[in-house]
Design a protein around this ligand. Structure first.
Ligand code: ATP
Length: 445
């Protein structure tokens, strides 16, 4: 096995096993042997993914005055998918190996004629629609067919008028949504990277035609910055502009934010200039006027749309991979540590009484209940203090608070920092504000 391949497998194996051991991600329905490509987030993982989604929502909605949010139903009228082109075009080219019978997505193969596993001859490609079908109501006939949404974007387009008029937004403005999407992928894999059920974080930014190019550039840069702001190393992130022949039929331009996964560069997020394709097609199919009328200039137009579309699971995986490190300390001991940005870290503060007696746990519990109002905390009194720090490093907890005998005398504790392992004596009353400042000013070394 080539060295690179070996390293790639090693890191993925380590991440998958850490994820299971520490409660980040479990295989779905594991007690029944699992369900291919489906994963469940455990107690630590759910916090991590929630923080990723919150960081996105904060950056896209709460910190801006030009973007509002929605939360649309997963099931939508089948007419939506007819109008959007998904019924006809949302397909991947499927090929079968005539020898080993394995199935592949032809556009992801370097050699489109031969099986990457056994080199057998591949069949001609057939278009395979990725949408999951189900039935609405008790009768399973063709009039009851509905689809599980394969992207969150269409819920935004069909609500364009509702949102624009109810919140009195004027282009340029955006509508954001975070939610589940479903695609019957031919080749799911690489842990949570490609699954059939996943969560998306999408924002449709509506602009005046002619201003689209400038907003497209703006969003490509904004989205790249977001990942580094939350701790992804600059060298592991890049922008890849799509070639003209790669563009989807509706797109005028598209760029991927790519991450250097253990198997190589791959998509984290796509930013597309979708022109007025979506509003136009829904206007035509629904017969409803979806144009925007500018009161001041008296212009009426169908806005163009810039769409940054990210995956919550892919981003969570990238944050996990990027944070992972095995360090050898000065005394020769090694530790596994996750260098999460504190805003992304599942647990912010570990509360650790040095011993389980002499009133230290009582003081520790009091401190924890005070900190809980502001931060996610974890109380641990079992095992040596070194072991407890190690357990927290492994899930990326940025701060540890140790309560010892001196605490009883002077109301101070030891604040331990995950990355530097520095220990600082601080007053209990200052804990909340010190941690707040540390989170605000955090820079990954
Ligand atoms: P790919 O080429 O990897 O199949 P895509 O270009 O079809 O992805 P988009 O339709 O642009 O993906 O979806 C936007 C984002 O949604 C992707 O960048 C990714 O983060 C996420 N995403 C898409 N499909 C999946 C999937 N099957 N599993 C997990 N996340 C996904």
């Amino acid at each position: 096995m080539a060295k690179e391949k070996e390293n790639e497998n090693n890191l993925m194996d380590k991440i998958v096993s850490l994820a299971k051991r520490r409660g980040f991600v479990f295989q779905s329905s594991e007690v029944y042997g699992g369900l291919n490509s489906c994963w469940d987030y455990g107690p630590i993982g759910v916090e991590l993914k929630r923080n990723v989604k919150n960081a996105w929502w904060e950056a896209m909605v709460h910190r801006r005055n030009d973007i509002v949010g929605v939360d649309c139903a997963i099931l939508m009228s089948p007419k939506v998918w007819e109008a959007s082109g998904h019924l006809k075009n949302f397909t991947d080219p499927l090929v079968d190996c005539k020898e080993c019978k394995k199935r592949w997505r032809q556009d992801k193969l370097t050699d489109p004629k031969h099986c990457p596993e056994c080199n057998g001859e591949l069949t001609e490609a057939r278009n395979f629609n990725l949408m999951f079908k189900t039935f609405m109501g008790p009768v399973e006939d063709s009039s009851a067919v509905v689809y599980m949404r394969p992207e969150t974007a269409q819920g935004i387009f069909v609500n364009f008028k509702n949102v624009q008029t109810s919140s009195r937004m004027k282009p340029p403005f955006g509508i954001a949504q975070v939610g589940k999407s479903f695609r019957n992928e031919i080749t799911p894999g690489n842990f949570t990277f490609r699954t059939r059920e996943f969560e998306q974080m999408e924002m449709e930014f509506f602009v005046k035609p002619g201003e689209d190019e400038q907003w497209y550039k703006y969003w490509v840069e904004e989205r790249r910055k977001w990942y580094s702001q939350f701790g992804i190393k600059e060298e592991n992130i890049r922008i890849r502009e799509h070639a003209k022949n790669e563009l989807a039929h509706y797109a005028k331009g598209c760029a991927d934010v790519e991450y250097l996964y253990p198997w190589g560069w791959d998509e984290l997020e796509g930013i597309a200039n979708r022109t007025d394709f979506d509003l136009k097609t829904h206007q035509e199919h629904s017969g409803k006027d979806l144009s925007y009328f500018d009161d001041q200039t008296k212009e009426k137009y169908l806005p163009y749309v810039i769409e940054p579309a990210a995956g919550a699971d892919r981003a969570t995986l990238a944050f996990l991979l990027d944070a992972y490190d095995e360090e050898v300390k000065e005394n020769g001991e090694s530790r596994v540590v996750l260098h999460f940005h504190p805003k992304i870290a599942p647990i912010k503060v570990a509360i650790l009484p040095l011993v389980k007696k002499d009133g230290l746990p009582d003081i520790a519990e009091k401190i924890e209940s005070e900190l809980r109002e502001f931060y996610t905390t974890f109380y641990d009194e079992s095992g040596s203090i070194g072991k407890r720090y190690a357990r927290q490093d492994e899930i990326g907890t940025p701060f540890g608070v140790t309560i010892d005998y001196q605490t009883k005398d002077d109301d101070t504790v030891t604040l331990r920092f995950r990355d530097s392992m520095e220990q600082r004596r601080v007053s209990i009353k200052d804990l909340v504000s010190i941690i707040r400042e540390e989170i605000k000013n955090y820079k990954r070394k």
